[in-house]
Design a protein around this ligand. Structure first.
Ligand code: GLA
Length: 387
């Protein structure tokens, strides 16, 4: 870790972000109700302790006469300081959003040329986290991207307030190679993840919305770059959107959401909920709130998992844990159910007695020495902890 990166993210950050459900329809009412719901549902106790306002929080057509960004008075009639106080009093950290260009993705004012002024304003409101986007900035110019993110990183540090710095340039300029060195704590590794198993063509954007199946390969390619205080960010969770979020994609089956959650957990991705937690249903809660599963993501060694083997259409991934056990995921990426045999030596274990626990069902399923038979349904992930 470099001296620049403050140790604000020893394990992958967890929380909630407004974008996937609310888009430009954010407001202080939504944020307050979400804070309350994160508590009443038990999500906060599970570790989801950041509340991040994404794009569209400010007045769209400009800054005030001093050049300051203005929180939209219709969406936030009591202002950002009062909202930050509310959220802090409930024990959360609060995040905000801007962009390393003149305008954000939604066309709101960005922070290019105003880095210090904006950082000071956010610090005065008590903001703890910045998601810094890259719309309207030059693509495929790595030096320019590094320059723009460095400038904002410096501005944040100059405020003397602790800001968790979340880079969102979608992986085009290999942020895994430099984001940590300029003070970033997490960096997006792809375009926006949609509520879909496969990539979908977005006519308006002239690009693809990323599906879960593709994210899994990106996570494997980049696994060695993530670790304490600097994480590969696979994007906000789409668990629970069920096709209803403001990002489309049509929705996924329960087992596909389970695979999505399993792989974000295994990859040590930040876990930022994107659904409307005020209306969370029981199946969604079961995926977001399984503590044994979350413990794998939050393990103190912070080693992202990687693929060790493919059997038929199944991916086998492993992740070493601080208590000397390992987490193993078996993901069937094909469209037919598979009966496989997981061999101890395929996952780097000796043929001595060991106990396999299924983390989704929270059952000890087998003592085995040499191999473990498993049935894996299409697009299902079985998550095991093996002692
Ligand atoms: C980009 C980002 C998203 C979201 C939107 C907001 O697409 O990748 O995560 O922040 O902008 O406009």
């Amino acid at each position: 870790m470099t001296a620049l990166t403050k140790q604000l993210a020893p394990t992958p950050p967890m929380g909630w972000n407004s974008w996937n459900t609310f888009g430009h329809n954010i407001s202080e009412t939504v944020v307050r109700e979400t804070a309350d719901a994160l508590i009443s549902t038990g999500l906060k106790d599970c570790g989801y302790n950041h509340i991040v306002l994404d794009d569209c929080w400010s007045v769209k057509d400009g800054r005030d006469k001093n050049g300051d960004l203005i929180a939209d008075p219709e969406k936030f009639p009591n202002g950002m300081k009062a909202l930050a106080d509310y959220v802090h009093n409930k024990g959360f950290k609060i995040g905000i959003y801007s962009d390393a260009a003149e305008k954000t993705c939604g066309g709101y004012p960005g922070s290019l040329g105003f880095e210090e002024q904006d950082a000071n304003l956010w610090a005065s409101w008590g903001i703890d986290f910045l998601k810094y986007d890259y719309c309207n900035a030059p693509l495929y110019d790595q030096a320019e991207a590094i320059k723009r993110y460095t400038r904002m990183g410096e501005a944040l540090r100059k405020t003397k307030r602790d800001f968790l710095f979340s880079l969102c340039e979608w992986g085009n300029q290999s942020p895994h190679l430099w984001a940590r060195n300029i003070g970033g704590h997490m960096w997006r590794v792809s375009g926006d993840v949609f509520d879909s198993w496969i990539n979908i063509w977005m006519k308006d954007w002239k690009s693809y919305g990323i599906g879960i199946d593709v994210s899994i390969d990106i996570a494997n390619d980049l696994h060695s770059y993530g670790g304490p205080n600097g994480w590969n960010d696979l994007d906000m969770l789409v668990v629970g959107l069920k096709g209803k979020g403001q990002i489309s994609g049509g929705g996924m089956s329960f087992l596909e959401y389970q695979t999505h959650m399993s792989m974000w957990v295994m990859a040590c991705s930040p876990l930022m909920i994107g659904c409307d937690v005020r209306k969370m249903e029981a199946d969604t809660a079961s995926l977001l709130m399984n503590r044994e599963v979350l413990d794998i993501n939050q393990d103190s060694l912070g080693i992202p998992a990687s693929r060790v083997k493919q059997i038929g259409t199944c991916d086998i991934w492993t992740k070493r844990l601080a208590d000397s056990s390992i987490a193993v995921s078996v993901t069937n990426r094909g469209s037919r159910g598979e009966d496989i045999s997981l061999k101890a030596r395929d996952i780097g274990l000796l043929e001595t007695p060991k106990l396999a626990r299924n983390l989704w069902t929270q059952e000890d399923i087998a003592d085995f020495k040499v191999e473990l038979p498993l049935r894996v349904e299409p697009h299902e992930t079985i998550l095991l902890k093996i002692n």
